[in-house]
Design a binder for this molecule. Structure first.
Ligand code: GLC
Ligand code: GLC
Length: 815
């Protein structure tokens, strides 16, 4: 069952009924001012940091769901009837409803009582404000007298404090209303230099800034007193809950359309120019007013929207593919790169499942997010890499998370997730392969942001590897620390206290719990760093990294091969985890993916054996589950993984992030049918038909789909902010279609499903454009047998770098 459809030409998902199984959201903003918006206009905005600079309020886990948003109310003053053109919060049965989620914008259109409304929401490039462009049309054959009310609820900046510290916060709220603009200025009188503003292009019939006045006593957003009576209260908030609402009256002739622009913005004044007159406590509006005036002009808005759309066209043009599979094309060309941009921006901070106060930017997460982003925006990737590396510790370890506003490591969660530093090597390697910009390796970068500690970035990478090598366990495999990629595999934590965090509790000393996953990841990182070292003329370094990788591979083969698959770990006591010896959790997906990706067993059959085991034990119609059998009871020696009910999250859910590793591994062993089959199973577009089972948005990946041991097998959760986005884009474009940036050229090494006749693609790479055409005349799942570059046959599959500006024709034939 569907709730809408894709409009590929406009790069939109069109939702045609408002009561989707869950709110289906989109993101606004691409740089500093961000928000989420649901298909019924729910959501909130923030400036840079969803915890520390929250602009509007949203109530997570509310009843009814999705409460708080960018609401517009329309009131037919003739009859006194009022409604929400976005359906929520009044939930009137609209005559027509359509929400179009596009790339960084959302447009919600509806009709009721012969009045059409269409609201376009977006954040213009390089601005710290969002626009709501409302168009109201009178489709009756009589004049219409319509009241428009806007509504936002301001958050008192720190979202955590805002939701908990009521004894203070009910007394601090302050606003100003000047020239039709509502300013939210809580704490501006003291240490904050920023305000929020809410402006409207039309003359106001009234306004409200105190939530209690606008809504009326004991009322919700579904029947605000001001809207019901058709007149604002002109309230000024003193404490309690500052709110913003404009009232505009429109007299519309039959057939007439009027446009009203609302702006919700964030503004920072220089500290010495905060007040006007100086020292008065009144906001100095001289700097912000011109910005407001400019963006209230319909022409500026139209131009701003065009620029936003063009910027997406240009971002997405780095790689375009045309394959025989519609779901693959749609995801690879539009939605998957879009989700990669969102994960790059937001890391794991803001979604319907991430409250914006729990987690900031993840170290491992952000490095992986880069893998799906770097080709679109190398400059921003470079800056992110330097920020990430600046939170690395001198030991080579890393803070697990950092706050985007301060860029400082987050002390609450600390470090000790022993995989973290290795991801930095993969992130930097991806950047170098994409850009060839070796200068980044010489950038001085501090440790833990301590200024006098800077070394070249290259040294950070060395320390990342060293961190693993300094922490090997009894089998020569890396010690796991608090956890590895699997945050829930907490082999040293032995937690028996309710509510204690599995990730931050004091670990038990003295154990030698080891991770096979980190071992595989280490090999990938060491091989990358060897290539980097070689190109820096450090042949000695290169060979020592290669030797370390080889040694690690030896330890895996010797101690982690279980007979038919790779084991997952050794626990505190030295017992195998993810082995046929175990009663539960006999086989895990992560080591099968990462060990094969690192090259182990690709030559001798071990790799295909492990992948056959994945198919036999872990694959389901809804994707590959993380482990099997699920843990049915709590294993204190394993930690959080066994705390989830069977089939959910890390306990045998389809943890989608791991699936592309298996796709890549299948491609590496040359099995294109298997790789693509797994790709289709979790492709959201391919799951659109089962939206009532999947429930999350059909245009983006979710972190998790309930596994086969769960009662709700197939149900997705935690959509949007997941490493699944980057890795799936890597799997389909770099391994199945086989178009990979490498240090010295563009690799063309597709591993396709046998039935595909071929595909074409355009890839911009290091200032040249590659027009790629791959043919599979024999209908086989083979490898490239013949490669023509500019009409000339070349050996191998690496297309050499072309001069800047060149367009290169690449033709490959599969045999
Ligand atoms: C979450 C985390 C990620 C972790 C994964 C597996 O998605 O963001 O860092 O690797 O869970 O536990
Ligand atoms: C929980 C989740 C995991 C996430 C972690 C973040 O353990 O299961 O997916 O990575 O929290 O702290």
């Amino acid at each position: 069952m569907r709730y809408g459809h894709f409009d590929d030409t406009r790069r939109e998902y069109v939702i045609t009924r408002p009561d989707t199984p869950l709110p289906w959201i989109n993101y606004l903003g691409t740089d500093a001012f961000f928000g989420i918006i649901s298909n019924t206009a729910g959501g909130y905005s923030c400036y840079r940091d969803a915890r520390l600079r929250r602009i509007t309020r949203y109530r997570y886990n509310s009843v009814p769901p999705d409460s708080g948003g960018r609401y517009v109310y329309l009131r037919d003053n003739g009859s006194g009837q009022y409604w929400s053109p976005s359906w929520q919060p009044t939930q009137r049965k609209l005559d027509h409803y359509e929400c179009r989620h596009g790339l960084s914008y959302t447009q919600i259109a509806s009709a009721y009582l012969g009045v059409r409304a269409e609201t376009l929401y977006f954040v213009p490039l390089d601005e710290t404000l969002e626009i709501w462009r409302l168009r109201v049309s009178n489709e009756r054959d009589t004049p219409a007298d319509i009241s428009v009310f806007s509504s936002v609820e301001f958050c008192l900046w720190d979202a955590q404090d805002d939701a908990t510290n009521f004894q203070r916060n009910y007394s601090t709220g302050e606003v100003e209303v000047a020239d039709g603009v509502i300013y939210h200025k809580t704490e501006y009188r003291e240490r904050r230099d920023h305000v929020a503003y809410f402006a409207c292009s039309e003359p106001l019939a009234g306004f409200d800034t105190q939530r209690a006045a606008f809504l009326g006593a004991y009322r919700g957003w579904d029947r605000p007193a001001a809207v019901e009576r058709g007149e604002s209260f002109n309230s000024i908030a003193h404490g309690w809950s500052p709110h913003g609402s404009h009232h505009v009256r429109l007299s519309l002739a039959p057939g007439e359309t009027r446009e009203v622009v609302f702006l919700l913005g964030y503004w920072e004044n220089p500290r010495d120019q905060k007040f006007d007159p100086p020292g008065s406590g009144v906001i100095n509006k001289a700097l912000v007013r011109p910005v407001i005036d400019r963006w209230l002009q319909p022409a500026t808005v139209a131009e701003g929207f065009d620029r936003l759309r063009e910027s997406w066209t240009s971002l997405l043009s780095t790689l375009r593919v045309d394959t025989p599979d519609g779901d693959a094309n749609r995801m690879a060309n539009i939605w998957n790169p879009y989700q990669c941009v969102v994960t790059f921006e937001m890391s794991r901070s803001v979604s319907l499942f991430e409250s914006g106060i729990g987690r900031g930017m993840g170290f491992r997460d952000s490095n992986q997010d880069l893998l799906g982003f770097v080709h679109m925006a190398p400059g921003r990737s470079r800056a992110r890499i330097l920020d990430l590396a600046s939170t690395q510790l001198a030991t080579g370890g890393a803070y697990h998370q950092f706050q985007p506003l301060t860029k400082r490591g987050n002390n609450d969660i600390g470090s000790g997730f022993n995989d973290d530093p290795l991801w930095l090597v993969l992130g930097v390697a991806a950047y170098l392969k994409e850009t060839g910009d070796a200068s980044i390796l010489d950038e001085p970068v501090p440790y833990d942001n301590a200024e006098d500690s800077a070394t070249a970035l290259y040294v950070h990478l060395e320390r990342s590897l060293r961190y693993t090598l300094d922490r090997l366990g009894p089998h020569g495999l890396p010690l796991i620390g608090r956890a590895d990629w699997n945050d829930c595999l907490n082999l040293n934590c032995f937690s028996d206290t309710p509510g204690e965090s599995f990730q931050t509790t004091v670990n038990k000393d003295g154990g030698g719990a080891e991770s096979v996953f980190i071992a595989g990841l280490f090999i990938l990182a060491a091989k990358d760093l060897a290539e980097i070292a070689e190109r820096r003329g450090l042949a000695g370094d290169a060979s020592s990294y290669r030797a370390a990788a080889e040694k690690m591979a030896g330890s895996i083969v010797e101690h982690a091969w279980d007979g038919a698959w790779f084991r997952r770990a050794y626990d505190y006591f030295g017992n195998a985890v993810g082995s046929s010896e175990n009663e539960e959790g006999q086989i895990f997906v992560e080591p099968q993916g990462i060990c094969v990706m690192s090259g182990i067993g690709v030559q001798n059959g071990m790799a295909t054996r492990a992948l056959d085991s994945v198919r036999e034990h872990l694959a389901t119609a809804h994707g590959i589950v993380l482990l099997r059998p699920a843990y049915t009871r709590y294993h204190v020696e394993l930690g959080e993984i066994s705390s989830y009910p069977p089939g959910y999250k890390e306990n045998a859910g389809v943890f989608c992030h791991t699936n592309p590793w298996v796709m890549i591994a299948e491609a590496m062993v040359g099995r294109g049918d298997a790789a693509f089959d797994y790709y289709k199973r979790i492709n959201p577009s391919a799951r659109e038909e089962i939206a009532e089972i999947h429930r999350c948005e059909p245009y983006v990946y979710a972190q998790m789909i309930a596994g086969k041991e769960a009662p709700t097998h197939g149900e997705a959760k935690n959509s949007w902010l997941t490493g699944t986005a980057a890795w799936n884009l890597v799997a389909i474009t770099q391994w199945i279609l086989g178009i990979r940036a490498e240090f010295d050229g563009l690799r063309i090494d597709p591993v396709l499903p046998a039935e595909w006749p071929g595909f074409t693609a355009t890839r911009r790479f290091r200032d040249a454009t590659y027009e790629i055409s791959v043919r599979n005349p024999a209908g086989v799942s083979g490898r490239v047998g013949h490669l023509l570059v500019g009409g000339e046959s070349i050996a191998g599959t690496l297309v050499p770098l072309a001069p800047p500006g060149a367009t290169v024709n690449v033709e490959a034939v599969i045999r």
